[in-house]
Design a protein around this ligand. Structure first.
Ligand SMILES: Nc1nc2c(ncn2[C@@H]2O[C@H](COP(=O)(O)OP(=O)(O)O)[C@@H](O)[C@H]2O)c(=O)[nH]1
Ligand SMILES: [Mg+2]
Length: 454
């Protein structure tokens, strides 16, 4: 697809830093480099790919900075086009002025993700790998990053391509039968197709199994802290985050709004939410806070319910626990550094842990239990995981395959045409995942979440 226009962008994050990088891709990259990069010896466009050279950047009579020029020649570059990267000094100013110069000289500002989009269109990456690039940049935990790298290496793409090939092969076998007259169409081809449809469904089911984990890696697991005012909820949030994020005070009703922060447990990002304590209150702000708390508890993947163990169990605690008894819950009996009147045996069916947030008793146990409840295995090998986009398309493909399966059991001549049509749909859905099939709109949507310069 190699196009004539040359795109340019600052590839590094804005802010103070040692270096910034301005990146160009397209057939004009090297010619542009000749105009604004001045080095000893051969001009940039006379130099081989895979090399770098020191020089001064700017116009001959208006030097902006000194830096390095990295030269990549098509097809040995990220985009498979000619690419140059200028490493200049960090901070906003140098890179911005260099970019302006390049744009004035005829390059076009790159859209978000446009370098990666070109890498995809030029066949360097498939769509699943291209998405992994952004997942890696956006990852919030070591596990999510490892999973993205695994996806980038192409293992998920390989599995998806196998499914795609199988569906295509099922479809071709079936379509071949359509060329025969109805009275003597070759059964064996239709049977072969039917068998491949069954196998495709099994392969898709296996892929869908790992969606859940991918979702958790990307979005984080929602853990909500609930309990009565003064039980120690905000103290718990602060202890788990390792910093004083929420105000802690002996005055009940201090936390009004829900506070959400992320911390990482065994490589999995956890969205931890501190909520307003649940109690009778005439105050409108506090009531709104409690409504939010309840909404969060409803959405939570896991609830940490904090109880002040120095006070007798209140009806409100028991009601609130009973109300959401189906929600995975850990009950924390807090303040065990003082004389407790509630113990684990009072908690009956609930999983409970005695803790003291002030004297740090039981915190390790809490983290262990939390990891176990969330089924977070620290030793699990990283594997590429499906995104929501992949899941939806796989689901659609699966439905189309099942519809075809119905029509092929038993094989009847009149079922062949509609079955083949379902199989074409099934192939198209999988094709859209890896990018064998794509539309501009679809690519726009995928690459719009990328950053500029990637
Ligand atoms: N003795 C003791 N006090 C605690 C413990 N955890 C929290 N507190 C105190 O209990 C009060 C209420 O804590 P806070 O976290 O604001 O409770 P929240 O209303 O549930 O958010 C504060 O004065 C905390 O210092 C604990 O383990 N032991
Ligand atoms: Mg609080």
């Amino acid at each position: 697809m190699i196009t004539d226009d040359t795109i340019a962008a600052i590839a590094t994050a804005s802010g103070l830093g040692a270096i910034s990088i301005v990146r160009l891709s397209g057939t004009g990259s090297l010619v542009l480099a000749d105009r604004f990069f001045h080095c000893a010896g051969a001009r940039p466009s006379q130099r081989p790919g895979g090399t770098f050279v020191y020089g001064r950047v700017g116009l001959a009579d208006d030097i902006i900075d000194e830096g390095l020029l990295l030269i990549f020649r098509a097809p040995h570059s990220y985009t498979r086009e000619d690419v140059v990267e200028i490493q200049c000094h960090g901070g906003r100013e140098s890179a911005r002025r260099i970019l302006r110069l390049v744009l004035d000289a005829g390059a076009r500002p790159a859209d978000p993700g446009e370098f990666t989009r070109r890498a995809f269109l030029n066949g360097r990456l498939d769509l699943v790998q291209a998405e992994a690039v952004m997942d890696l940049i956006a990852s919030q935990s070591s596990r999510a990053a490892a999973s993205a790298v695994e996806q980038l290496t192409g293992h998920l793409s390989d599995s998806l391509r196998l499914v795609y090939d199988k569906v295509i092969s099922a479809c071709s076998a079936l379509e071949a039968t359509l060329d025969f007259p109805e009275e003597d169409f070759p059964d064996f081809l239709a049977e072969d197709s039917s068998q491949q449809v069954d196998e495709s469904v099994v392969m898709i089911d296996k892929l869908l199994e790992n969606w859940e984990e991918g979702h958790r890696l990307r979005e984080g697991v929602l853990v909500v802290i609930s309990g009565q005012p003064n039980a120690g909820k905000s103290t718990l949030l602060n202890r788990l985050l390792g910093r004083d994020r929420a105000i802690v005070s002996p005055t009940p009703g201090t936390t009004r709004d829900a506070i959400e922060e992320t911390f990482v447990l065994n490589g999995i990002p956890i969205r931890l939410v501190d909520t307003a304590g649940l109690r009778e209150s005439g105050c409108l702000v506090e009531q709104e806070g409690m409504a939010r708390a309840k909404a969060y508890i409803k959405k939570a993947d896991l609830r940490l319910h904090v109880i002040d163990a120095t006070q007798p169990l209140s009806k409100s605690d028991l009601d609130s626990l009973a109300e959401t008894s189906e929600k995975p819950t850990l009950v924390l009996l807090n303040k065990t550094d003082l004389a407790s009147v509630v113990s684990s045996s009072d908690m009956m069916t609930y999983d409970s842990i005695p803790i003291s947030l002030i004297s740090s008793v039981g915190l390790d146990h809490l983290l262990e239990k939390l990891a176990a409840k969330l089924d977070v295995n620290p030793n699990a090998a990283p594997h590429a995981t499906l995104s929501e986009r992949h899941r939806l398309l796989l689901d659609s493909s699966r439905h189309a395959l099942l519809a075809a399966q119905q029509l092929l059991r038993p094989i009847r001549p009149e079922g062949l045409v509609p079955a083949a049509s379902h199989l074409r749909d099934a192939a198209e859905f999988v094709g859209k995942i890896i990018g064998r099939v794509y539309y501009d709109d679809m690519l726009n949507q995928i690459f719009s979440r990328f950053c500029i310069g990637k």
